[in-house]
Design a protein around this ligand. Structure first.
Ligand SMILES: [Zn+2]
Ligand SMILES: [Zn+2]
Length: 181
């Protein structure tokens, strides 16, 4: 996903492709994702104005993940808009200017190459839900007997948290047995 900046034509460039298995593997590394059931594609318009490279479009993905409640295979559908400006990295920290262009993210390039892979990787990582569900009202597994409560309502309730009995004791009770000399 690397493009020579000087080869980006004035009329712009359209990047419309599926992500390589390699990039997808990298992006989903550390998640419980099932790569065999995952795929992602990008559709991006890339254009440049002097040293600024504008990237707009979207990243779409279907990611196979286990349901956070019942652990059965679930699916996360991701569709993230992309609006980013890559500026020439001049080795100075980018000034925190008041951004008049809302929703726009900024990146840097070295003047020769534009690499879209890190941006795509980050967007995918951020967009996968933390607690995916196989269905909206998944009842999950019973915490008492472990049954799938979607299949069978065993009638168990989660045990109430017990109140620490020690809180009720007189904190000086332990001193009672001590004899002062
Ligand atoms: Zn579930
Ligand atoms: Zn149960």
């Amino acid at each position: 996903m690397r493009y020579k900046i000087k080869d980006i034509p004035t009329e712009g460039l359209v990047v419309d492709q599926a992500l390589s298995a390699e990039l997808l593997t990298e992006a989903l590394d550390g998640m419980d994702a099932d790569l065999g059931r995952s795929a992602a594609a990008v559709r991006l318009d890339v254009s440049k104005v002097q040293d600024d490279v504008f990237v707009r479009g979207s990243v779409k993905a279907t990611i196979g993940v286990p349901c956070a409640a019942c652990l059965k295979p679930a699916r996360a559908d991701v569709d993230v808009p992309v609006k980013m400006i890559f500026r020439l990295d001049e080795g100075e920290p980018v000034a925190e200017e008041d951004d008049p262009l809302e929703d726009t993210d900024f990146g840097v390039h070295d003047g020769k190459w534009l690499d879209l892979a890190p941006m795509i990787r980050e967007l995918l990582i951020l967009s996968v839900p933390m607690s995916p569900r196989c269905k909206e009202d998944c009842k999950g597994l019973c915490v008492v007997c472990g049954q799938d409560r979607n299949l069978n309502d065993c009638g168990h309730r989660a045990p109430e948290l017990e109140v620490e009995p020690d809180n009720k004791k007189n904190p000086f009770a332990a001193l009672k047995g001590i004899k002062l000399e």
